[in-house]
Structures are given as structure tokens and as C-alpha cells.
Design a protein around this ligand. Structure first.
Ligand code: NOJ
Length: 531
């Protein structure tokens, strides 16, 4: 492996596959590995470097697979381990690396460890792998503490019939592991090796800042540091030993680290810890040049000191799809603000999402695309009776939840279920106009979102100035972002109302939408220039 190959992750374009909704190979209405394997040529043609698979392990799917019952088995709904191995090697043959998703904070309530803990009873060594405690109150009828849930609106403790309570930051079907226990650490290092041995190039770490808990499990006091369960210092020792394992295989990590404090965030990216972490600050900002620039500067600043590359994310399987978010009055993203029936201008949102695509693909570092983003899929508004996401139920039905961004992909406009699978009704209903977004229709339309992504990714792969490296801001009017990258690339994004003059250039490489007749860059449009 040469150095460029070893450093692939510093500037990669990584495509997130939500297996359950990607492609249904066996026609049962649920996406599967056979479906992914059949679509590998599509992904190679799209021009991404790696695929991140959301959890594909044995799971009751109480939280879409983020409730793992066995890390060494593929869920039968998706396929078999032998198929996963084939998928990894077929993808590699097409130049696509594989990233798997590890969920270390919790397991499924069906995991053998948790079942054993329930059976073994209070005070048993089996219960020490989790956070079991007696309750408070006269008869132990009150939970051991008042910690808020990561899925707002519901408790974090559940009482079992023998009177003990167990901690779950997410749903009761996802008991939190006790990361102070050496067996928990040993087991996860073993799981990492299991997948690295199978040729996996990287691991996404779910809820990476939540694993360590204050051993006294004290009540939560707003503003208290250290926080009893977020971003605790003990975590860094865990990730240092994970890093040693990854280094044996030349594999890399991307952490799901939601932290408002830039300095604390950067600590996860020190040279002997995680290689990268998702940049959620950028993903949550509104469509506004000043806000985006603040986020870009903050991101590049926090990464500069530690030598880690930044990452750029516009959406994923947890948040409102980009074209929908940018088509609303409030273009920022916040979980707490999600509501049914929010008015949306999809034409406006799509214009902005196209511009945002060119922006994020031109920024220094790696970029993540979520399946369907390359088709400009909007968020689907599902009726409550079809929603399966626990986030919806735990909010008391107020939050529409995350299924709206998880609707099965449209592949072929003229086939049943827009080509997702031939026979079975998809596990989530597709909106009536889904076929209009089908990949086969977009593939032949030069004005489609898919055509834009293909062109952008091709340029990004073959021209200098993309991926890892410096960024230099150029003077620009209010509401406009303009920067150059080494090798002569210039990116200009106009979020203001009036069209703007393009800076001096020798060629227009790509625009997210038509330029004005005057050659100016219209509102909500981005351009890549050669200078
Ligand atoms: C973050 C994942 O992205 C989300 O889908 C999941 O519900 C939680 N972590 C809990 O695992």
C-alpha cells in the first residue's frame, strides 16, 4: 500500500448504506445484502470511495438495528455472514472500501449477556456487565437517578420483576453496557478484530461520547462538569486501546461524537485516538453564508491543531433530508424542532441542496453522503400508523421520528415499488411520487441531482485541489462564500438574493444550476471554477 492509499480516508467520499432501505434482493420488502451486491456497480459508477453500512447484525430491530443481539451474525432479514464477506470483497474489487457500524454503548435486550443478567438476579456478576441498581424511595419504586434520555420524553431506567432497575440512555430494549468492566472492553476489541479480519477498512462508532458513566450514577445537574454520562475523560483510554487494534490492520475510525464544545470534540481526534469524527455542527447550520462560514472556520480550526482531517455531512439516517430542510422557513436542523406538517418548498430546497453538495464536496477533508441524497430524495411524511421509529413513540407522538428519511430507495421508475424490490411491499411506504426520483430515470437526465453528483464526484476524484489540504477564503459580498484550494480550484456559493459576479477564472468546471444570462451566479447556486 502506498502513502496515498494508506491515507485514503483523509479525503474520501463515503456513502452511507442503510441496508434495510437500500435494495431488496429477495423481494420480501426489506433491503438486504443481496440487494446491495446487485447495486455495487451503481455505487462504483457514482464515484464514491467507501461504503458505510448501518448495523447489519442479528437484531430485533427495535431501533433499526442499533440494538444488536450478536455482532458476529448477520441478521437473517439481511443475509448471512458468508454474503457479507462476499460483499466486502466484491466491493473492494470495484475500489470501494467497507466501513461497519459498531454500537458499543448498548446492546439489544435479546443479547445473551442481558438475558443472562436478567436470569441471574440482583447482585450477580452477570448484572455487573450492565448498570443494574436498586431503586430509590421506600420500596425501591423510584428510578436510581434522574438522567434524561437521548430519545427525549421517556425514562432512562426500567424496573425488572425482581425489583432491580437497569439503565438505558435510549429505549428499554437497549440496555447500556458497563464500560468500567474489563469483559466489556475485551469483547469489543474482539469484535473489532472479527470485522477487521474480514477485510473491513473502517468502523463507525455509534454514540461514541456516551460509553463511560460516573460510577456513582449521581443525579444530573445542568451545567455540571464532568457530565455523568457525556464526554467523560475515561473514554479516551478506551479509544486509545481501540486505536492500537485498528493500527494492526491499517483500519480507521469515524466517531459519532455530538459535542457542542470544539476543544472537547478535538480531544477524540488526537493522533492515538480516532482518525475522524462526524461534523454535526456543519450539518445543523442554516442555509446562510455567514453561519456556514462560521462553522467551516470552527471546524478547520479545531482540526488544524491535531492534524486530523475534517468531515462534512449534510444528512444521515437520523435527520431530516437535506432538500426538505433547506426548503423550510427554518433551514437549521434540531431534533427538538421536528414536527408533522411543516410547510416545505421542495424546488427551493433542491436548489440549495445542489449548491450545498458542491460546497461540501469542495471543503477540505472527507465527505459523507447518505443513500438517496444523490437522488435528491425529500423527507417522506409518514402517517403515524406506519411509523416504526422508537423516537416517535418516546416523544408521545409529537416528533415524527426518523423514518421519513429511511423510506426504501427508488431504483426503476416503471417497476413495482419503484424498483426497490420486485414483489414484497416495502417495510415503509414510498410516497406516491417516488418513481419520479428513480435512479434509472435520473441516470439519463443531465439536469438531475444524480447527474450532478456523478459529475462532481468524478471531478473530485480526478482533479487536484479536493479532499485533504488547506482552504483559502476569497473576498466576497455578504451572503456569498468564496474560497480557493491548492491546484487552482475555486468554489463560490451564493446564499444571498442577488446574483453575483464570478471571480477571475479560466474555466467553469461545474455549476449546481444554470448561471444567469449575464454570467453571474444566481441565488442558491454554487460553482466550481478553475483559476
Ligand atoms: C445513533 C444512531 O445513528 C441512531 O440511529 C441510534 O438510534 C442511536 N445512535 C442509538 O444507537
Amino acid at each position: 500500500m502506498d502513502a496515498a492509499d494508506q491515507n485514503w480516508w483523509r479525503g474520501a467520499a463515503i456513502y452511507q448504506v442503510y441496508v434495510r432501505s437500500f435494495a431488496d434482493g429477495n423481494g420480501d420488502g426489506t433491503g438486504d445484502l443481496a440487494g446491495v451486491r446487485a447495486r455495487l456497480p451503481y455505487l462504483a459508477e457514482l464515484g464514491v470511495d467507501a461504503l458505510w453500512f448501518t448495523p447489519w447484525y442479528l437484531s430485533p430491530l427495535a431501533d433499526g438495528g442499533y440494538d444488536v443481539a450478536d455482532y458476529r451474525t448477520i441478521d437473517p432479514a439481511f443475509g448471512t455472514l458468508a454474503e457479507a464477506e462476499k460483499l466486502i470483497s466484491e466491493a473492494r474489487d470495484l475500489g470501494l472500501r467497507t466501513i461497519v457500524d459498531i454500537v458499543p454503548n448498548h446492546v439489544s435486550d435479546q443479547h445473551p449477556w442481558f438475558r443472562a443478567a436478567l436470569a441471574a438476579g440482583p447482585g450477580s456478576p452477570e448484572r455487573e456487565l450492565f448498570h443494574f441498581r436498586p431503586g430509590r424511595g421506600e420500596n425501591g419504586e423510584l428510578p436510581p437517578n434522574d438522567w434524561p434520555s437521548e430519545f427525549p420524553g421517556a425514562p432512562t431506567w426500567t424496573r425488572v420483576p425482581d425489583g432491580d432497575w437497569y439503565l438505558h440512555l435510549f429505549t428499554p430494549r437497549q440496555p447500556d453496557l458497563n464500560w468500567a468492566h474489563p469483559a466489556v472492553r475485551r469483547e469489543h476489541e474482539d469484535i473489532l478484530r472479527f470485522w477487521f479480519e474480514r477485510g473491513v477498512a473502517g468502523v463507525r462508532i455509534d454514540s461514541a461520547a456516551l460509553l463511560a458513566k460516573d460510577p456513582d450514577l449521581p443525579d444530573f445537574v445542568q451545567g455540571d462538569t464532568p457530565h455523568p454520562f457525556v464526554d467523560r475523560d475515561e473514554l479516551h483510554d478506551i479509544y486509545r486501546s481501540w486505536r492500537a487494534v485498528a493500527d494492526e490492520y491499517g483500519a480507521v475510525f469515524v466517531g459519532e461524537v455530538w459535542l457542542p464544545d470544539a476543544e472537547r470534540f478535538a480531544r477524540y481526534l488526537r493522533p492515538d485516538e480516532l482518525h475522524t469524527a462526524f461534523n454535526f455542527d456543519f450539518m445543523t447550520r442554516p442555509w446562510d453564508a455567514a453561519e456556514l462560514r462560521r462553522s467551516i472556520d470552527r471546524t478547520l480550526g479545531e482540526h488544524a491543531g491535531i492534524g486530523a482531517p475534517a468531515t462534512w455531512v449534510l444528512c444521515n439516517h437520523d435527520v431530516t433530508r437535506t432538500v426538505t430542510r433547506y426548503g423550510r422557513e427554518d433551514t437549521a436542523f434540531a431534533f427538538a424542532a421536528k414536527r408533522f406538517g411543516t410547510p416545505t418548498d421542495l424546488a427551493l430546497g433542491t436548489r440549495r441542496a445542489r449548491a450545498a453538495a458542491l460546497l461540501s464536496l469542495a471543503l477540505p477533508g472527507a465527505v459523507y453522503l447518505y443513500q438517496g441524497e444523490e437522488l435528491g430524495l425529500p423527507e417522506a411524511e409518514l402517517t403515524p400508523d406506519r411509523i416504526q421509529d422508537p423516537m416517535h413513540f418516546r416523544s408521545g407522538g409529537v416528533d415524527p421520528g426518523r423514518d421519513g428519511c429511511r423510506v426504501p430507495m427508488p431504483w426503476a421508475a416503471d417497476e413495482p415499488y419503484a424498483g426497490f424490490g420486485s414483489t414484497g411491499e416495502p417495510w415503509l411506504p414510498q410516497p406516491v411520487d417516488w418513481a419520479a426520483y428513480a435512479a434509472d430515470r435520473q441516470a439519463t437526465d443531465p439536469a438531475s441531482v444524480l447527474a450532478l453528483y456523478r459529475a462532481a464526484l468524478r471531478i473530485r476524484r480526478t482533479r487536484p485541489g479536493f479532499g485533504d489540504g488547506p482552504l483559502h477564503w476569497l473576498a466576497s459580498p455578504e451572503g456569498v462564500l468564496a474560497f480557493s484550494r491548492p491546484g487552482g480550484l475555486v468554489c463560490v456559493v451564493n446564499t444571498a438574493a442577488a446574483p453575483v459576479e464570478l471571480p477571475a477564472h479560466t474555466a467553469v468546471l461545474l455549476t449546481s444550476g444554470p448561471l444567469a444570462a449575464t454570467g453571474r451566479l444566481p441565488r442558491d447556486t454554487a460553482v466550481w471554477l478553475r483559476a
